[in-house]
Design a protein around this ligand. Structure first.
Ligand code: ATP
Length: 603
């Protein structure tokens, strides 16, 4: 058996991690219980009744001894035994009812919380998802909210039932004999102090276990994902990853054992103390009976001893609950911290929803930074007329993707404004804006499902003909037709059963189905083979001609198809114009042309 962990004090850091249980926090926690007040009332009643019923055996035993056995009254003896049986049965039946309602309430509260969390997370900006650990997000959604369920079914219930039992037991003891009642209760402080100390230790360990759990979730999320596994395999890191995981896992085991064993020695002390109580009662009760002619009976003393046991148990549980209580409050605090993260990108109060938009785009002196200390875009101004197309080119990391992220408001500008259809994007209704801006991103993402599912994601009511048309335009229909299952071909996890080029073209078809006023095409930097390349080119050429489009271009053919070229470097527009003019300038574009576009075109 492991030894006790008997640090009697908490470090500053540990104290800081103990959640501040404020009135506001409690109020907020109870706001989740409020909708179920009727059921809660019922549970409260059930707990009160079963707590009282649980005290009955102790009281009836006294009657069995005094009136039945010592009084030699068989009839009374049988009546009391039957009463004992019935109260027992009733207590158990009420217990079943109470645990049903309790579970029902807990499940409904976590249902509400999970939905609220999912809804909230979906409204968080891209920044939240790029800067937060996915493991943490999943932990909040799963273990933390599961924890809430146990708070409702165990902690709250335990606090209620133990408090009620304690109060009734003490009242019953005082009714029997006040001297013995005081004597029995006087022992209680002896085990309050050690239990509190053990509680603090357990709390610290609980927190460490929580952090370890977050870490394990993080490992699983990263390393067991498709891309993670690919990396692990290609770099032959299986052994290191296994060790990393085993290390975290074994830390978790040690922490769990420590937590379970924490304060085990205190329980030895506790047991001794709880045994002293009854001994004192027998002794003092005996003296009162024998020397002072007290009216106390053998039955009375037996009842008092039994009741004393019923007071020690709840006191002990209530003291131990301190840890569960702190853990619960920490759980709620963590969940509420997530709820309190502001939704940075949301509809303006009086957001406008125009009838139609022509898809024209204008940037007016736009500044932007992801983090305050590093400016990414500086004074970007340009305009794109309806029906025209624009290619944005520039070295890697120059800010091209950032520019287009500002149009569907994945991020908001830090200075200046972005206009869509002549209106500041921040004033437009967010769904209207995003419905009218279609993005084919560099990293094509397809959900696990069929090609049809992925296409219908853009337009759930699309007819078969719509699908065929869009796929023909995206130059992917021949491929789909050649598949045995056609549109019902499974694409695999994240679409990984398809080639890069096929995925790109399916995502073009998906955007075409959405039929937005503006199409943004973030050309993949990764090289595709020349056949895939030309198929994509064939797909986007007519799109560029007939629609308002912005292209982040890495290939000469795409650049040449655009009406205007914008050259970006270090977050600034350094050149703009037509290919033939830019090439002659001898600046950034010429360099890009010589080092990148020309080579790819020649290849
Ligand atoms: P590429 O051609 O390689 O895709 P790009 O021109 O599109 O590059 P951006 O993706 O816009 O470049 O990135 C511009 C700068 O912003 C880069 O230096 C990058 O490190 C930084 N950056 C991009 N996304 C984030 C983010 N979410 N948080 C912080 N910095 C970011």
């Amino acid at each position: 058996m492991g030894g006790p962990i008997t640090r009697g004090f908490m470090t500053e850091e540990e104290k800081a991690a103990v959640p501040k249980v404020t009135k506001g926090l409690i109020k907020r926690v109870f706001s989740y219980l409020l909708p179920y007040w009727k059921q809660l009332l019922l549970v409260l009643l059930a707990i009160a009744v079963s707590s009282v019923l649980n005290l009955m055996p102790a009281i009836l035993t006294g009657k069995i001894i005094d009136e039945g056995l010592i009084g030699r009254d068989l009839k009374l003896l049988i009546i009391f035994i039957v009463a004992l049986l019935l109260t027992n049965l009733a207590a158990n039946l009420i217990g079943v009812l109470e645990s049903y309602i309790n579970t029902w309430i807990a499940q409904h509260i976590t249902f509400d919380m999970r939905n609220q969390m999912y809804d909230h997370l979906q409204r968080m900006s891209q920044k939240f998802f790029t800067s937060n650990n996915q493991g943490d997000i999943i932990t909040r959604m799963t273990s933390d909210i599961d924890g809430v369920e146990s708070v409702v079914t165990n902690t709250f219930k335990s606090i209620l039932s133990n408090s009620i039992t304690l109060v009734f037991a003490i009242i019953a003891m005082f009714q029997k004999n006040w001297i013995l009642a005081i004597l029995g209760i006087a022992v209680i402080p002896l085990f309050v102090i050690p239990t509190r100390k053990a509680g603090k230790t357990r709390w610290t360990l609980t927190r460490e276990a929580q952090e370890c759990n977050d870490e394990i979730n993080g490992i699983l999320n990263e390393k067991l994902s498709v891309s993670g596994q690919l990396l692990v395999k290609l770099f032959c890191k299986e052994k290191e990853e296994m060790e990393h995981y085993r290390d975290a896992n074994s830390r978790m085991v040690k922490l769990n054992i420590k937590e379970r064993m924490a304060g085990r020695w205190f329980f030895v002390v506790l047991n001794t103390v709880t045994n002293i109580g009854p001994m004192l009662l027998y002794l003092v009760g005996g003296i009162l009976m024998m020397k002072y002619n007290s009216t106390l009976t053998v039955g009375d003393i037996t009842v008092l001893v039994a009741l004393l046991g019923k007071t020690y148990m709840p006191v002990n549980s209530l003291l131990n609950i301190q840890v569960d209580w702190m853990r619960s409050m920490a759980l709620f605090t963590r969940i509420f911290n997530y709820f309190d993260m502001p939704v940075e990108i949301k509809n303006a109060k009086e957001a406008v929803t125009p009838e139609k938009t022509d898809g024209r785009v204008e940037f007016k002196n736009v500044d932007f930074s992801y983090e305050p200390e590093r400016q990414i875009l500086k004074n970007i101004s340009f305009s794109l007329e309806s029906g025209k197309s624009m290619a944005i080119v520039g070295p890697s990391g120059s800010g091209k993707s950032t520019i287009i992220n500002l149009i569907p408001r994945l991020y908001d500008v830090c200075g200046g404004e972005v206009l869509f259809g002549g209106e500041d994007v921040r004033k437009l209704d967010l769904s209207f804006l995003r419905k009218n801006v279609g993005v084919v991103s560099q990293e094509t993402y397809l959900f696990n499902g069929t090609i049809r599912d992925n296409l219908l994601y853009a337009k759930p009511d699309a007819t078969e003909q719509d699908l065929v048309d869009a796929c023909e335009k995206a130059n992917i229909y021949d491929f789909i037709r050649s598949q045995e299952q056609g549109f019902d071909t499974m694409v695999g996890n994240r679409g990984l059963k398809l080639s890069g080029g096929e995925k790109q073209r399916i995502s073009i078809a998906r955007v075409l189905l959405k039929d937005p006023a503006l199409i943004i095409f973030d050309e993949a930097t990764s090289a595709l083979d020349s056949i895939s390349e030309s198929k994509i080119q064939e797909a986007i050429d007519p799109i560029i001609e007939s629609r308002t489009a912005i292209l982040i271009a890495h290939r000469l053919s795409t650049i040449l198809a655009a009406d205007e070229i914008l050259v970006v470097k270090d977050g600034e527009i350094v050149e703009r114009g037509q290919h033939k003019d830019l090439v002659k300038l001898g600046g950034v574009y010429t360099e890009l042309y010589n080092t990148q576009f020309k080579r790819i075109a020649e290849e």
